[in-house]
Every structure is written in C-alpha cells, then in structure tokens.
Design a protein around this ligand. Sequence first.
Ligand SMILES: O=C1NC(=O)NC(C(=O)O)N1
Length: 312
Amino acid sequence: MISTATTLAGSNFDNCMMNASGVYCMDSDELLAVENSKAATFVTKSGTLQPRKGNPEPRYFETEFGSINSMGLPNNGVDYYLDFVSQDQINHPGKTYFLSITGFNLAEDLELLQKVTDSDFAGVVELNLSCPNVPGKPQTGYDFETVDAILKAVFDVYHKPLGVKLPPYFDIIHFDQMAEILNKYPLSYVNSINSIGNGLYINDDTETVVIKPKQGFGGIGGEYVKPTALANVHAFYQRLNKDIQIIGTGGIQTGKDIFEHILCGASMVQVGTALMVEGPVIFERLTAELEAIMAEKGYDNIEDFRGKLNYL
Ligand SMILES: O=C1NC(=O)NC(C(=O)O)N1
C-alpha cells in the first residue's frame, strides 16, 4: 500500500504536503479550505504583533512561469491566528497545525513566542526570517549574526516544536555558515525556500512594472525558483544534523516536483504559487501524481527515497 504520509516535528501527518505560508491562509475561510483538502495540515499567514494592512495594491501578479509579490506581511495579527488554531485543535483533536510568526526585531519575536506560550496552541511554530517585502526591512536570514542571536534567545525561552523559514542562499560558503549556526539549536525543521527576493517583472506593452510597492521589486515564486529551492533543500540536508528535518518549498506544480524535493531530503513540502492558481483541490492532483511516481518506481513510502539523490 503506497503512502505519502510523513513525520515532522514529532507529529505524524497522513500526507507530506501543505500550503506555503502566505497562500490560502489569511483568514478562517482560507485556512478551513486547506484543512478540508487533501493537504495534511495548514500553516497560517505570518502573524505579527498587530494586524497589518500590508503594501499598496497591486502587490501580487501571476506570470507565465510563476509569480511576483510584495504583499508586505498583511495579516490579522497573531492573536487572530492563535484563537483560530486553538479552536480548530478542539474540533480536530490530535491534529498538528503550523503557526507562522514574524517580528520586526528580537524583542517582537520573543513577545510573539510569549503569546504562543500563554495560549492553548499545541502545534508547531514557523519563525519567518525571510520576508523580502517590508520596505526598509532586511531579510533577517541574510544577516548570519542576527539569526544566531535570535535563535539563541528564542531557544532560551521557547521549548516546543519550532522551525525557521529561510530565504534562498546562492553560495556554498553561505550554506556552510548557515548550517553551522542552525546545528547549534534544537530546531524541529528548516523550511527552504521563501521567495527569491526583489525580482522585477515588466509589462512590455506599457513598459511598466506590474506591482506597485518598491517600484515593482518583489519576491519571485513558482517554476522560476525550483532549481534554487531544490539546491537549498539538498544543501541543508547534506549539512544539518539529522534531527533537524527539512520542509521543501519552491516551484512545486506537480507530483514530480514533490518527488524531487523529497529526493533532495525534504520530509514535507509546501505549495505556494501553484496553490494560488489552482486552489486547494490541487492537493488531490499532487497526491495522485506522487503516488503514481512511487508506484512506478516501487516505493511504498517517502522514506524509501527521501534524501537518496545520486551523484555522478
Ligand atoms: O515571507 C514572505 N514572503 C513573501 O514572498 N511575501 C510575503 C509578504 O510580502 O508578506 N512574506
């Protein structure tokens, strides 16, 4: 019997796929749509201390090969997501959900985690260190010393399952340096990648950018980013100690893409742009396509091939 089930952060999931934070997770309607799909679970939009309107529109645009976005962390505030998930846990005892959070400095990160500690939330926290779209704010994941300081402070006070959402890295030395930092902490997982920050997409007819914020600069997702996503998943798989698992995000449109992320070492995958395009029904197609590939290759479960990428 072929199974696409997986284990992550100490929890069992009946499928290895879910939404990516930012997609289909802004409010209870969207979160319930993912919950009621073939996805194993959901992750919320990154919650901040206060609700945010985000950047001016248009701030999202779908292109032939993916998407560009500069949402600017619009969200209903961490309390909204804590209330929703705490209630959802009651309706689905034993199910594990993911809460994404992001502060604008270390003090805010710690205040967000204190709110989680004080709540009934019993799932997994995803600390977003990689939003590229808040004007004037850097992608924390590119500041190695700050990531080290944040993780030290976080794990001094927070002792439940927690992972980090990282930006893509493009230099082998950066994989080495980031993995050295990450290996110092009891992380449940690393989620690679967030969008490739500050890309630019142009409408040739009007000779104009397609999103308003930041003169059109925005995070790139979709087919464009799969090679970078696979490289980041595999680079961290090669370097991280094995109790830090990997969620693979980036460029997933088919079961074949999921197969490749798992071959690179991912224990779970998140779907962003393609989910935005197709809606939560995509998880039925993706599951069927992955199962078909596994059947064809004689794999019963994802551990049969996870991380077993061959080199020449
Ligand atoms: O972490 C994020 N990544 C993105 O690509 N966009 C969103 C956002 O802009 O809110 N956040």
